[in-house]
Every structure is written in C-alpha cells, then in structure tokens.
Design a protein around this ligand. Sequence first.
Ligand SMILES: [Fe+2]
Length: 388
Amino acid sequence: MQSMPDVSPAKWHLAHTTWFFETFVLKKWVSAYQPAVPEYAYLFNSYYNAAGDMHRRDLRGLISRPTVDETRLYRASVNAHVSELIEGATDELLGDLEPIITLGIHHEQQHQELMLTDIKHVFAQNPLHPVFRKTSITARKSPSTIRFHEFDEQIVEIGHRDAGFSYDNEGPAHRALVLPFAIASRPVTNSEYMAFMDDDGYKRAELWLSLGWMTVNEQRWEAPLYWQRRDGKWWQFTLSGLRPVEPAEPVTHISYFEADAYANWVGARLPTEFEWERVATAQPMDGNFVEDEHFHPQPCDNDSGENIAQLFGDVWEWTRSSYSPYPGYRAGPGALGEYNGKFMCNQYVLRGGSCATSRTHIRPTYRNFFQPEKRWQFTGIRLARDIE
Ligand SMILES: [Fe+2]
C-alpha cells in the first residue's frame, strides 16, 4: 500500500534495494548477465536519471505486479548472482566491487528504516489501529528538568575522516568556527511539548517561520503527526497500536517548523549541525536503535543532568542547518553521484538516528535530510542556546 507520495509500498522497498545491486553490480561487472524481467529496471529505479527512466513515485502503490512472491524470487536471483560474482572474483575485482557492495548494504539499511516508517503511516490510516509489533509499555516518571551544557568558542574538525564507510555528503572533512553555545541535556518530551500546545503554541503566528505558519494553517496542524484527542486526552498511534501519549517519552513526528516554533516558545533555538557534531563526537554511540525492537522512542533513563543523553537513537534531531555541500564537495560521476548531492536544496539536516535506524548505520558525522514540513520519520527536538 502507498498512503501518500512519500510512502513506498514494502514490496517496492524490497524490489528497489535488489534493483540497486542488479543495476550497479551485476549489469556493470557480469558481462553475460541477462535480467529475467528487463522492465524491473524502470519500475524499481527511484531517482537515478543516469540509470534510465523511472516509474512515477506517487503511483508506486498501484503496482500490483510483480507479486510479493515474484519480488522475493527477483531478490533471491540477484542475491545468487552477486554471491557467485564475489566468490569467483580476483583480488583486483574484489577491490573494485567492495565500495559498491558496501554502499548497497548501507542503502538497504536506509530502506529498512523507511519500511518501518512507511508501514506505520499506512497502518495509521486504518481505523482498526493495526499493531505491527506488540511491545510492553512501562510508564516512567518524567526525566529531570533539561539542563544546558556550555561550550567555548572553538575551531572544530567537521566531517568524516577515518577509514570506515561514510556517504559522500559527510565530506570533505574540514574545519569550522563554532561560536560559544549551550546544548540541552536531552530531547524535548511529550509533556514539555504539551505545555506548548496548551499555551496555544499552534495558534500564535509570532512563534512560527512564515512558511511554517502557512503550513500549520493549510494542514490544520494542532499536534504532532499520529496524535488524536479522545475524551479530552491525547492518544498517539504507534507501531504497537493506539495508546495514550506517554509524557516522559521524547516528542516525535515533528516537522522542522514545529521544532523551530517550540524552540522559540521556550526562548531557545535548534542547534547547528556543527554544534551537534562537536558534542556528539565526544559521546558514546549508544541509544535506542531498531535492534532494540521498541520501534518507538523511549524515556530518558540516563538523566543525571551531568551528561548529554540520547544524542544517538530514539529520535532524529532537527538542526537549523540547511542541507548544503561542505566546502570542496563535488558529487561523483555517473548515477551513484546522484545519491546525495542533487538533494542539497530546500532541506534541513537531522542528526543522530532514531529508534528505527540500524545501530551500525549511524555515525557522529552522519547527515540525514528532509524538507521542513515532513513529519513521518521519527523526528524530534533538541534545544540549544547562544551564550556570551
Ligand atoms: Fe534508494
């Protein structure tokens, strides 16, 4: 099913991640390779113009064929061919294949995350409130008041520089001047966000960016995505079904506009991506990731006030940085050069991963990006402040 243009059917994700290996590995390196169904090249290309024409994104939900079984056969066949290629490869060929296969695996992790958020959006349309996975919820006391940790002015090393995998948008590594700032000890909770709602946050133009105010009014937003009022109480749809909003959990399914308006309301702002990276580089990379199988952000349980908690996992944190190229960035040649570079316009950077992200997918230098009105990812709010 496809519930909106941003959502792709689960079957499409399965086929598209397979198409990636077929297109960029098999068609390139196996001279005798014959695709069983040549039309899949058109159907399962997402946005790579250099790889040929593609089917319309907003019509993916109308593709009832291939069936799920046929899609699994396609996947099994491409897997078998890729395995055969790797097993028979010389060291030289392996050297050429390794970067593309590694990219293909990271690409697949991104689509695994999208499958969860897309299934959630599809299920949310169903008045039966389907449960993707039953999980037990333990009510917890709200974490202690947010504390702001201060950092001096510094020239900071930004971007990916070690030997492991990274996307091209994480480089080139470079230095950036970061002025004195303070950052919050944890993300904003549902109870804190409800205070903004109760104070008519959604009705006060002075708190909103112009484009955000237009969007709030057009879309008639009065709460985060998936929230609904029942008998005077707020409920939220989760991958475990419909349940009362848990006050101690980080607020999620928030647009950039809402994150910015909330920050204005409390007299703070969102962090820049450089501030965020400076702080996160010095923190352990633990958190609530998809492997924990909560499929939902969890209350902060590491909240001494001395530390900066939950930078990784739980919710993607909106930054106030536009998604733009680092100094010296140039997209690579060919179709794979389209992976990141061509989206560097009209989007904002998010950092840290979410409860739907694979633990091995995220890094302190990782840059996710979405348009400011998008809400269907597990996005949340971390506050920052200027200091003298
Ligand atoms: Fe993709």
